[in-house]
Design a protein around this ligand. Structure first.
Ligand SMILES: *Cc1c(COP(=O)(O)O)cnc(C)c1O
Length: 380
């Protein structure tokens, strides 16, 4: 019997379903929205400060500043520490484009370094080679929910007098070597884009830091540069965290650890059941690391064929990221070329992300594993 005529149990598997997460918070959020409509503090509401205090506690930092997106958190962090024109910032080549956007929008130049084969995060040896007299800052990304090696990054930064800004946009709650995402550098950026481990009902973000001065600078920058109303010491932006989004985040944050546990269980299921299937290379968890599985990214020689096969069975997958940052038209001007970052380029060719979200059912996980097993049987 061919693959085309065989029938399958019909379990649809979306790549991401936010429904299960939202069931428990829907009513309390709606009640607080209703109160907000009557009360009217749509910006700078008390819920913004409540969420900031709650999120700082969660990350183990003294300050959290709510902003309008993850990109704003990264960009305002760079501006607040004084990174600007003439400066270079070291960034992993394998990341979401926003990491580079933050650097260029702060007026600085991103200098890319390849990622390591194992954790797929900034290779600290490559980062060291990328240091020049203009380097001011290292910007490691905790990609897919697994932290970069912050012990080695801190040592490199310390011996070269560099700042560290973490891109923790995919790593809410992750830890490595006893260090929690968001607490490992001078400042960290989080995104609460709806699909992130902690997501708002639209765009939102936050910056965490131990520095009171840095927190005060970002608080001013997010609101037209003002430290007091209509006192504009520096040029700023409209980049506040909306009160509505703070309400959503305030209700969701207490559930985040439980959701991350569900993600870990789903990842463990895939790792157990996909070991030695076809040519799959499963994601590695490095020693001392406790990732939060924002994404489950495996490698296979022909991801598009596997993706199409799974789609035909109602199973949706993702590609993170199909075009490396250094080969996008937007960043052609940086002057990099094909071959500059081989680990990143191989990932772009071979990476496939499996469905993974809190509330994914055992039937959905089974269907995904069965679909993959069937593909490799027919592929032989
Ligand atoms: C989502 C994300 C961002 C940007 O966050 P936005 O809220 O979309 O601006 C930055 N870096 C990484 C690694 C991300 O995944």
């Amino acid at each position: 019997m061919s693959a085309q005529t065989q029938t399958f149990p019909t379990v649809r598997v979306p790549f991401l379903d936010l429904g299960p997460s939202h069931a428990a918070v829907r009513e309390p959020i709606l009640a607080e929205f209703a109160a907000l409509i009557d009360e009217g503090s749509f910006t700078n509401g008390v819920q913004v400060r409540e969420f900031e205090a709650q999120f700082a506690r969660y990350c183990g930092t003294t300050h959290a500043v709510g902003v309008a997106s993850g990109l704003d958190a990264l960009r305002l962090a760079l501006l607040a520490v004084g990174v600007g024109p003439g400066d270079e910032v070291i960034v992993p080549a394998n990341t979401f484009i926003a990491t580079l956007e933050a650097v260029t929008q702060a007026g600085a130049r991103p200098v890319l370094a390849d990622v390591g084969e194992e954790d797929l995060n900034l290779d600290v040896t490559a980062a060291e080679r990328a240091i020049s007299s203009r380097t001011r800052c290292i910007l490691p990304v905790h990609l897919y929910g697994q932290m970069a090696d912050m012990v080695a990054t801190r040592a490199l930064a310390a011996s070269n007098g560099l700042l560290i800004i973490e891109d923790a946009c995919q790593a809410h709650g992750a830890e490595r070597d006893g260090i929690r995402a968001g607490s490992a550098g001078n400042a960290a950026a989080f995104s609460f884009y709806p699909g992130k481990n902690l997501g708002a009902f639209g765009d939102a973000g936050a910056l965490t830091t131990e520095s009171e001065e840095l927190a005060a600078s970002v608080t001013a920058l997010r609101e037209h540069g003002q430290r007091a109303k209509y006192q504009h010491a520096v040029e700023g932006y409209t980049a506040r965290l909306d009160t509505m989004q703070a309400i959503v985040l305030k209700h969701k944050l207490p559930l985040l650890d439980g959701w991350n546990t569900e993600r870990r269980l789903a990842a463990a299921f895939y790792i157990e059941r996909l070991r030695e299937v076809g040519d799959l290379q499963l994601p590695a968890v490095v020693t001392g690391s406790d990732p939060v599985w924002h994404l489950f990214v495996l490698k296979t020689r022909e991801p598009e064929a596997l993706r199409a096969h799974l789609a035909s069975r109602g199973i949706s997958t993702g590609r993170h990221y199909p075009q490396p940052t250094h080969l996008t038209p937007a960043y052609e001007w940086l002057g990099y070329k094909q071959g500059d970052f081989p680990v990143t380029e191989a990932l772009a060719r071979e990476a496939l992300s499996l469905p993974l979200f809190p509330g994914i059912t055992e039937a959905q996980l089974e269907a995904t594993v069965a679909g993959i097993a069937a593909y490799f049987e027919y592929a032989d």
